[in-house]
Design a protein around this ligand. Sequence first.
Ligand SMILES: C[S@@+](CC[C@H](N)C(=O)[O-])C[C@H]1O[C@@H](n2cnc3c(N)ncnc32)[C@H](O)[C@@H]1O
Length: 237
Amino acid sequence: MLTTLLKRSWLFIRSIRDPRLRSEIFTRIQYSDRHYQGVTYTRFNRFPVLFSQCEAALKHIANPHIISFGCSTGEEVFSLAEYMPHAKITGVDINKWCLKQCNKQNKNKNLSFINRVSQEYDKLDNVDALFCLAVFQRSENRVNNLIKIDKGLTFQRFEKEMSILDKKLKVGGLLFLDHCDFRFEDTVTASNYQSFEFEKSERFRNRPLFGKNNEIISMDHYLKREIIKQKEKLYIE
Ligand SMILES: C[S@@+](CC[C@H](N)C(=O)[O-])C[C@H]1O[C@@H](n2cnc3c(N)ncnc32)[C@H](O)[C@@H]1O
């Protein structure tokens, strides 16, 4: 009790001087369970293997459309634009401060940034590739002794979000997932997809993994590095 109070007071004091941290706290308060990873950490070219895979797979498309879901302050989008200068890339986030930073930096008309909770997002479709990197996880799910997730990012939320994202992706499109608290294979959506194996397509993740019932399956595991390619014409009616 005292520790929690001290932790919260310390967080409050830090947030006064740190707009990023403040935005993370406000977004969590505003969106609660709809807000997945609250931490907005990112960096330029953070996932070079995945970005190169995407570039190679989409090279036959003149102007592919890509979504970076959970784009934070835009580094993922700006990196992807270097790999694929002709792509139209839409960064999506739920943190308004992050989106503001993205728009401030953006000088490229092929790039745009929109809020997850917006009509623009709802209308997005026909996308060639979808990146969901370090968004379907929560730092809170890593606290000691947590056996079952009972609030926040549950498997059911993950599954619902994946089915919404699935509708935005073209048949034959690519889905990239990494740093995820769940297995994509456990979702209903996964029946429309197949893994696409490549060097480093799996990697060791030293963090808890949760199952369909939100209980911990393992404390460390090999998570498929999650490049999933949609099977052609396999949508379930
Ligand atoms: C750790 S950052 C990942 C940034 C980038 N994808 C990367 O891997 O470097 C997680 C981001 O997901 C965003 N996020 C959390 N919940 C979200 C939601 N429901 N819809 C869209 N973005 C969300 C956060 O605001 C944060 O910017």
